[in-house]
Write a protein of this length. Structure first.
Length: 100
């Protein structure tokens, strides 16, 4: 579970990223989740765009993406979802320590 400070840091890191996946009319499926998991392993932090023609609520899509990939939902802003998952092999992002 990410702290507020860590989420703020990740939002700043994600600001310059462009979405590398799109969720369209069909919604979230297994093949998409597999590809997103692989991208998260390689990059740790990604953006996913929800298209206007998506038949599902954006909150449902964001939750389905986070749960299906075992990732943290960093942010849902407009129709853009930011996901973070710590990589096992390619660790690049060092999160700030929690103040506890």
């Amino acid at each position: 579970m990410l702290t507020g400070k860590q989420k703020r840091y990740l939002r700043a890191e994600a600001h310059h990223l462009t979405p590398i996946f799109q969720v369209g009319k069909g919604g979230v499926n297994e093949a998409m989740l597999t590809q997103i998991e692989e991208a998260l392993e390689a990059r740790e932090l990604i953006k996913v765009r929800i298209l206007d023609n998506c038949e599902f609520e954006k909150n449902e899509v964001a939750e389905a993406l986070a749960e299906g990939t075992y990732a943290e939902l960093v942010q849902l802003i407009g129709l853009t979802v930011v996901l973070y998952k710590e990589s096992r092999k390619n660790k690049k992002i060092i999160l700030p320590k929690s103040s506890k």
